[in-house]
Design a protein around this ligand. Structure first.
Ligand code: 3PG
Length: 204
């Protein structure tokens, strides 16, 4: 299954900031126990690269991506580690070009029509919409979609179990990102995943 198929089937992308390498195994095991086999590990802490490496080595069945990638150095480092996708809070043409050369999906953050036009000009039609709750949420995405019908959004920032269904009901949204999924004990994380699964299946 290719990465886009995995994301579109899972419908959520857990956004994880690890503060210590010891957090990787229990967190990712809890996600796998809840049948969510994708994770975006953010470049926001010093241990990010090491955590990505551990994740890729120990969880070969998971689609591990790098998030909060804000420069070329981080992008190259993440790709060398073997990530399956790259996410940025904003749009970087340099990062887009590196990802294109390596055939790695890139989800840049775009909020305004101008930013979306820049992404589309780079050949990108799946974008992150961050921070979704600050920039108009679903209402903004629906307005942007009427202008950019070929673009699909991944709202992140303020998405949670209570509003996930509403976001996912919008056809212009291909997935939602969020940190809420991996908050709590491993048991709670697995429970979060199972709740998400039932929301995605329409049972909730
Ligand atoms: C991100 O980096 O995408 C956000 O920090 C996630 O936002 P959330 O914590 O509101 O889910």
């Amino acid at each position: 299954m290719d990465l886009i198929d995995i994301i579109e089937e899972t419908k959520v992308v857990p956004v994880i900031v690890f503060n210590n390498t010891s957090e990787v195994e229990p967190t990712l095991t809890a996600l796998c126990n809840g049948q969510i086999k994708i994770a975006e590990i953010c470049f926001r802490t010093d241990c990010a690269s090491e955590c990505i490496k551990i994740a890729i080595d120990k969880f070969p069945d998971m689609a591990i991506g790098a998030g909060t990638v804000i420069n070329e150095t981080q992008c190259k480092e993440a790709i060398a580690l073997g990530v399956k996708f790259i996410v940025s809070p904003g749009l970087s043409e340099e990062i887009a070009n590196i990802c294109k050369q390596h055939n790695i999906p890139y989800f840049p953050g775009t909020i305004t029509p101008t930013e979306i036009m820049r992404a589309v000009n780079l050949g990108i039609t799946r974008v992150k919409f961050f921070p979704a709750s600050v920039y108009g949420g679903l209402k903004a995405i629906k307005s942007l979609s009427s202008v950019f019908p070929s673009v699909k959004f991944m709202p992140t920032g303020g998405v949670n179990e209570d509003n996930l269904k509403e976001f996912l009901n919008c056809k212009s949204i291909f997935a939602c990102g969020g940190s809420w999924i991996t908050k709590g004990t491993p048991e709670e994380i697995t429970q979060n995943c199972l709740k998400i699964k039932s929301i995605v299946k329409g049972e909730n």
